[in-house]
Design a protein around this ligand. Structure first.
Ligand SMILES: Cc1cc2nc3c(=O)[nH]c(=O)nc-3n(C[C@H](O)[C@H](O)[C@H](O)COP(=O)(O)O)c2cc1C
Length: 259
């Protein structure tokens, strides 16, 4: 049996889940950042088990993950699992993955939600601690299911309300609160380029010692959270004064490797 874990992660939650899972799988597979494939037209899947780990954005799936699934080319009878890390409101994100797979004649064997600290809305400190403490046990439950090649539930909600919530969140969050045009560097930015290096979409360039954002932003907030000077900000957003977050077991160098 062979397996591959593909992940997308801005602040490390999905990366930690992927690495923890890898250690718990019977078949030691690879952990691969899916962003490295974003310029490819087709991605061949020859493994017995494929696992996709991603953060929930606006009660749904980040576009980069959707495009990744669109490009998958299955050459084997692969068991497919997905894990969504989220801050408690996952909506129909895992059902979106299943729907995309069905277009390719495949489906999810099971989909799992793992509550983690939020990197957009703030998670209360006690809840954050509890989620970090219980993450290993939760991944162990998921690993057990995958090791047994079980067909299980797709977790989350797939009803009219979850779809309406997602549309509203998209409009408010993606187009207004975290609009790509609203990122900027405060005066204390020293042009170190960390933002450029953590951006999984290579969407940031440094011009005249300041970051310049292009049009490919996924809103993962890596630039915002990883800036060593805390100099990246978002105009008129609920995030403006937000305390910076990244998973405590992840370093900026781990995020550099994502592309
Ligand atoms: C743009 C954006 C939108 C988000 N939307 C949601 C959401 O709708 N529901 C939710 O539970 N968490 C949401 N989150 C929180 C993340 O899904 C969560 O913190 C995730 O574990 C972060 O994973 P990462 O550290 O691998 O990037 C959002 C985060 C971002 C950056």
């Amino acid at each position: 049996m062979s397996s591959k874990i593909y992940y997308f992660s801005g602040t490390g939650n999905s990366l930690v889940v992927s690495k923890t899972l890898k250690e718990m799988l019977n078949e030691n597979g690879e952990v691969i950042p899916l962003a490295i494939h974003r310029k490819e037209r087709h991605i061949d899947v020859n493994e017995d088990i494929l696992i996709i780990v991603f953060p929930v954005y606006f009660s749904d799936v980040p576009d980069i993950v959707k495009f990744f699934i669109d490009k998958l080319n299955f050459n084997s009878n692969t068991h497919i699992y997905a894990i969504a890390t989220c801050n408690g409101v996952a909506g129909h994100s895992l059902f979106t993955i299943d729907k995309l797979l069905k277009k390719k004649g495949k489906k999810l064997s099971a989909g799992f939600l793992i509550n983690m600290p939020g990197n957009a809305l703030i998670t209360p400190p006690d809840v954050e601690e509890e989620r970090l403490r219980s993450q290993t046990n939760r991944v162990a439950e998921v690993a057990k299911c995958i090791n047994n090649l079980e067909f299980g539930n797709i977790e989350g909600k797939n009803n009219l309300k979850s779809h309406i919530d997602s549309v509203v969140l998209h409009l408010v969050g993606k187009n207004m609160q975290i609009a790509t045009t609203k990122f900027f560097a405060e005066d204390n930015c020293n042009g170190c380029g960390t933002c450029k290096r953590v951006c999984p979409l290579e969407n940031i360039s440094i011009v005249d010692r300041k970051p310049k954002w292009g049009n490919e932003c996924e809103r993962c907030l890596a630039c915002f959270h990883w800036c060593p000077k805390e100099a990246i900000n978002i105009k008129k957003s609920f995030l403006t004064d937000r305390k910076k977050y990244h998973h405590p077991d992840v370093t900026v160098k781990d995020i550099f490797l994502e592309k």
